[in-house]
Design a protein around this ligand. Structure first.
Ligand code: MF3
Ligand code: CO
Length: 249
């Protein structure tokens, strides 16, 4: 499997990454109480129609039935959009989505606070985003994957939260998921060494309780076992001579 990309390929991914980022920005002004998670999927599908050659990456992936994941409150990841799931004031809504463009993938996630949320929800969301930014600081040629996981874990635990163990970030490029695995925990100096041309999806999944999770009977939705709140942010990040290039920024 090809794990190293050319600058041309990265530039192609960046085109899709800009679209992802523009969608997340546009959703900020739209996501509100009363919308369903299905409405968000519809927004994404129609947004993508404006971009020739870009397709939702998740739809049909391993049989996943939708083009976005929408995970609310105690749902950690892989929430299937539903017209029965109505977003309400105080919710934490994590939207995860990807685009396939000219045979290349990008993947990103953002957690929205709906109206006024609890202090805990606000802190959880802020800490999760900040942990992603901490991790990105470690992305450079010669760094280890463990440096990234360690940065996330240290920041999250210092703030009293926990990182999910059973799902991890990943390499990305001609496949949505490819080596290496990029855990949100680990030790400095351990794991695969990052090389020029690799692209990784870093995606802290952070919970306000314990990191134990279970999968609902729909076969997809991952929820916290203790029903505690969860947040999720993700960027696709390229390893270049100049350092980290955030493809989905
Ligand atoms: N963004 C998810 C991940 O980060 C991918 C979702 S898998 C799907 O790796 F099956 F839901 F598409
Ligand atoms: Co991902």
């Amino acid at each position: 499997m090809k794990t190293h990309l050319s600058l041309d390929e990265m530039n192609t991914m960046r085109e899709a990454g800009k679209v992802v980022s523009a969608f997340f920005r546009s959703l900020k002004n739209k996501i509100a109480p009363g919308l369903t998670t299905k409405d968000i999927e519809k927004e994404f599908d129609s947004f993508l129609l404006g971009f020739e050659g870009m397709e939702p990456a998740f739809k049909g992936y391993m049989g996943y039935p939708a083009s976005v994941c929408a995970s609310v409150n105690e749902e950690v990841i892989h929430g299937i959009p539903s017209d029965k799931k109505i977003i309400k004031q105080g919710d934490l809504v994590s939207i995860d989505l990807g685009i396939k463009y000219r045979g290349l993938f990008v993947d990103s996630a953002y957690t929205y606070m709906i109206g006024k949320v609890s202090d805990e929800a606000k802190k959880l969301s802020e800490v999760t985003l900040a942990s992603l930014n901490e991790a990105i600081k470690h992305v450079k040629i010669g760094a280890c994957v463990g440096d990234i996981g360690c940065a996330v874990q240290r920041f999250v635990e210092k703030n009293g939260f926990a990182v999910i163990r059973s799902f991890v970030g990943h390499g990305i490029g001609n496949n949505l998921h490819q080596p290496p695995e990029v855990p949100n925990f680990g030790k400095e100096g351990q794991g695969p060494v990052l090389e020029e041309g690799q692209v990784i999806a870093i995606e802290p999944m952070v919970v306000a309780g314990t990191y134990k999770v279970k999968v609902l009977s729909d076969g997809w939705t991952v929820v916290t076992a203790d029903n505690a709140l969860s947040a999720h942010f993700e960027h696709t990040v390229a390893v270049t001579k100049k350092g980290a290039w955030i493809i989905t920024e």
